[in-house]
Design a protein. Structure first.
Length: 196
C-alpha cells in the first residue's frame, strides 16, 4: 500500500494494482457457448511449464502462454481474439470497483482472534487461565449434541474474498497501474480480479 494527497490536501491510503496488459485469449458468444464473455490472459509463462492443450489454446490467439487466465461475462468492450486490453480501455478516474482475491492465510487460530470472543469471565472472579478459552460449547442432556456451525477454533483466512465499493483515485496509463482507495484482499504480489 501507499498513500497520496488529493486536491483538498487529505492523505488517502491506496493500493497499487497492476492491471495489464491483458490479451484476449478467447471470445465466447451466445451462438457457440450459450453466453457472451471475454477470456483475458495476464503475465508470461515459460513454454516448458505449459501443457500442450494450453499451448494450443494460446496459439489460437497468436500469443505467448499466459500465467493467469480469467473470464469476464458481458464485457462492455468489444475486442477480437488476440487483441490487448489496457487499463484505460476499462477504467476511468472516480470509478467504483470490486476486487476479488484470496485473503491472507493465518493458520489455526483460537476463538478470540478468529471470532472476537472475550474469554470466560474476562480476567476477574478467580480466573487465572481462561482468558482465551471458548467456554461451554454444548447444551444439556437434550439436545445432547453440539450444533453445526458453532464458532470454534480453526483455520483462519485463505478464503475467496470480494471487497466492494472501492474507488479509483489515480491511473498510470503508461504502466497499466491503478491506484485504488483502501485495502484489497491478498498478500503482496497476489493475483486479484478487478471489476466495475
Amino acid at each position: 500500500m501507499t498513500s497520496i494527497f488529493d486536491e483538498a490536501g487529505d492523505n488517502i491510503a491506496c493500493t497499487v494494482v497492476e492491471l495489464g496488459p491483458c490479451v484476449v485469449t478467447q471470445v465466447k458468444t451466445e451462438e457457440t457457448d450459450g453466453y457472451s464473455a471475454l477470456q483475458l490472459g495476464y503475465g508470461e509463462r515459460k513454454e516448458k511449464h505449459t501443457t500442450n492443450p494450453l499451448k494450443g489454446h494460446f496459439a489460437k490467439a497468436s500469443t505467448t502462454p499466459k500465467l493467469k487466465v480469467s473470464e469476464f461475462r458481458d464485457f462492455s468492450i468489444e475486442k477480437a481474439l488476440g487483441e490487448t486490453v489496457l487499463v484505460d480501455d476499462v477504467f476511468a478516474l472516480g470509478d467504483f470497483v470490486e476486487v476479488t482475491g484470496t485473503s491472507k492465510g493465518k493458520g489455526f487460530q483460537g476463538v478470540v482472534k478468529r471470532h472476537g470472543f472475550g474469554g470466560v469471565g474476562q480476567a476477574t472472579h478467580g480466573q487465572h487461565n481462561r482468558q482465551r478459552a471458548p467456554g461451554a460449547i454444548g447444551a444439556c442432556s437434550y439436545p445432547a449434541k453440539v450444533f453445526k456451525g458453532l464458532r470454534m477454533a480453526g483455520r483462519m483466512g485463505g478464503k475467496k474474498v470480494t471487497t466492494t465499493g472501492l474507488r479509483v483515485v489515480k491511473i498510470f496509463s503508461e504502466k497499466n497501474l491503478l491506484l485504488i482507495k483502501g485495502a484489497i484482499p491478498g498478500h503482496k504480489g497476489a493475483f486479484v480480479i478487478v471489476k466495475k
